[in-house]
Each structure stands twice: as structure tokens, then as C-alpha cells.
Design a protein around this ligand. Structure first.
Ligand code: NAD
Length: 270
């Protein structure tokens, strides 16, 4: 049921690759709630993914941008304002990639060029998005910018390798830029720390099925799905959360606050 939560709001959604993507589900939800937006992804992802279908469903234009390129980002923000008819009210940064994880590198055998790429794509790009929008004065007062994080920012997971540092940096950028943008223009910046979710990025982590099941057993509500995450992002874009900023918001069915659960005790006592 739609409530017009985002009626009249304009924005940009990064990172819809295919129908499993958290950004894909978010685009559908934002559309349903009356928001209008442009879609963007890295040029290579456009060729591999199915973003055209989403664009047709949402009547949204696609503007390719590599999120590590300041030039691409400046073009994206300027064109988005032009197409949508004014300054923006929301931005979703739903971007993550680690060449080290892709190539199955262990944490004791990192390729440092790739390590820097991981940080650039998955974390620094969040700063670039914010700095570009500030320089172009592209965001309205009370606009909401959301990035997606994972609990490996706070706790060690052996196979998450350099992405753990990327997520810690992403959350830190949300605090620092949130403080700056909040006092300058009342713009809000937050990250949402999402449960393991079956997407291209998620399933790329080795052992994903095991920690998906573990998180499921450790979460009183179960793992939050991509649809649940889309709902949360939509609320974070709405005026109902206008005083929330500089936060890392746990969206994990209670996982992060659980020591052990009955489910896990039952499984381990078998
Ligand atoms: N899937 C999970 O288990 C999980 C859990 C917590 C957080 N997250 C985070 O959610 C976000 C979205 O991931 P997802 O799970 O929907 O997977 P996904 O693979 O569908 O999305 C990742 C997106 O990043 C894009 N991307 C990669 N390099 C880029 C670049 N240089 N410029 C622009 N875009 C680029 C990809 O094209 C893709 O669309 C990521 O930040 C991810 O780390 C995922």
C-alpha cells in the first residue's frame, strides 16, 4: 500500500544491477511512494545488468557514471537536476566492489593496488558523491543521503577482507560529512547496516551461505531482506526521519544486539 511518502521529491539511485540488487528494490519502492529519480551505474555494469528494464518500469532516465570519477559525478548531478526539474532531495549510494574478493585473495595476501580500488569504489566514492553535490549545490535543505554498510565494519569476518575497512570508512564519512552538511544546509547523511542479502555483491563473498544461515539463526526477527531494506531507505528519505543524521543504523533483525539465540543453542546442541 502506497502512502505518498516521497511525493514531489527528486533524487538519484546508484547501484541497481539486476532485480536482486538492494538499489533495484529501492527504486521500485521510491517510485511507488511518489518519488522521481534518475538511475545510475558504472558503464560496465550497464552492459552486464538489466537496468533498462527497471528504467522503463520506473519511467526513469539512466545516466552512466563511474562513482570513482569526479567528472562523471558532476555530469550525473547536473543532468539529474536538469531532467528532474530542480535540486534533489535524496541520494542512495548502493555501491560495493572488491577486486581482492573477486579474485579470492586471502587477507594475508592482499594486492594493494586492488585494496586501494576497493576503498575508492566502496567508500571514497561516498565522499565524492557528497562533495560533488555540495560544490554544485545540488541538494535541497533536509535532503537525505544514504549509504549501505555491513557489520564487518565493527566485527571481524575472515572472508570480508578489505571490504571491512571500506565499510568502516564509509560509516566514518557519513559522520564527518553529516556534521558538515547538516550545519551548512540541513542535509542528512546516514548509513544503513544491512543483513546478509542474496545479491551479486553479497553472494560474491566466499562462505556467504554459511554466514547467511548463521545470521538468520542469530537474528530474532530473521535476516532483513532486500525489500525490507528498500522500505527502510524509503523511510529514511521521507520527512518522518528528518532529525536522523550521522548515524549507522542497524537493519539486521536484531543480529547485532544478540549474544546467542535459542535457535543457535538448539543447533549447536545437536
Ligand atoms: N548483499 C549483502 O549481503 C549486503 C549486506 C550489507 C550491505 N550491502 C551493501 O549494499 C550495497 C549494494 O549491494 P547489493 O548487495 O545490492 O549488490 P549489487 O551487486 O546488486 O550492487 C552493487 C552495485 O555496485 C555497483 N558498482 C560497482 N562498482 C561501481 C563503480 N565504480 N561505480 C558505480 N557503481 C559501481 C555495481 O555495478 C552494482 O550495481 C553495497 O554497498 C553492499 O556492500 C550488501
Amino acid at each position: 500500500m502506497a502512502n505518498n511518502l516521497l511525493k514531489g521529491k527528486r533524487g538519484i539511485i546508484f547501484g541497481a544491477l539486476d532485480e536482486n540488487s538492494i538499489a533495484w528494490k529501492t527504486a521500485l519502492k521510491v517510485k511507488e511512494e511518489g518519488g522521481s529519480f534518475t538511475l545510475t551505474n558504472a558503464p560496465i555494469a550497464m552492459r552486464l545488468g538489466t537496468i533498462n528494464q527497471l528504467a522503463a518500469t520506473c519511467q526513469a532516465e539512466i545516466i552512466p557514471a563511474d562513482a570513482t570519477s569526479e567528472q562523471d559525478l558532476a555530469n550525473l548531478f547536473s543532468k539529474s537536476m536538469e531532467i528532474l526539474g530542480g535540486k534533489l532531495d535524496f541520494v542512495l549510494h548502493s555501491i560495493g566492489m572488491s577486486p581482492n574478493i573477486r579474485k579470492g585473495k586471502q587477507y594475508g595476501d592482499m594486492n594493494y593496488e586492488w585494496y586501494l580500488k576497493t576503498l575508492d569504489i566502496s567508500a571514497l566514492s561516498f565522499h565524492k558523491v557528497l562533495q560533488t553535490s555540495e560544490k554544485l549545490d545540488a541538494l535541497n535543505e533536509w535532503a537525505s543521503v544514504v549509504g549501505l554498510s555491513y557489520i564487518a565494519a565493527q566485527r571481524a569476518y575472515p572472508d570480508y577482507t578489505d571490504m571491512a575497512q571500506a565499510k568502516a570508512m564509509l560509516e566514518s564519512i557519513a559522520r564527518s560529512y553529516g556534521q558538515r552538511y547538516g550545519s551548512m544546509k540541513k542535509v542528512r547523511v546516514n548509513t544503513i547496516s544491512q543483513s546478509p542479502t542474496r545479491t551479486t555483491a553479497g553472494s560474491g563473498i566466499s562462505g556467504f551461505d554459511i554466514f547467511f544461515d548463521f545470521a538468520q539463526m542469530m537474528s530474532p526477527l530473521g535476516n532483513a531482506t532486500a525489500e525490507d531494506c528498500a522500505n527502510y531507505v524509503t523511510v529514511m528519505f521521507s520527512d518522518f526521519t528528518r532529525m536522523v543524521t550521522m548515524q549507522n543504523l542497524m537493519h539486521d533483525g536484531g543480529f547485532s544486539a544478540s549474544g546467542i539465540t535459542q535457535d543457535l543453542v538448539a543447533r549447536l546442541s545437536k
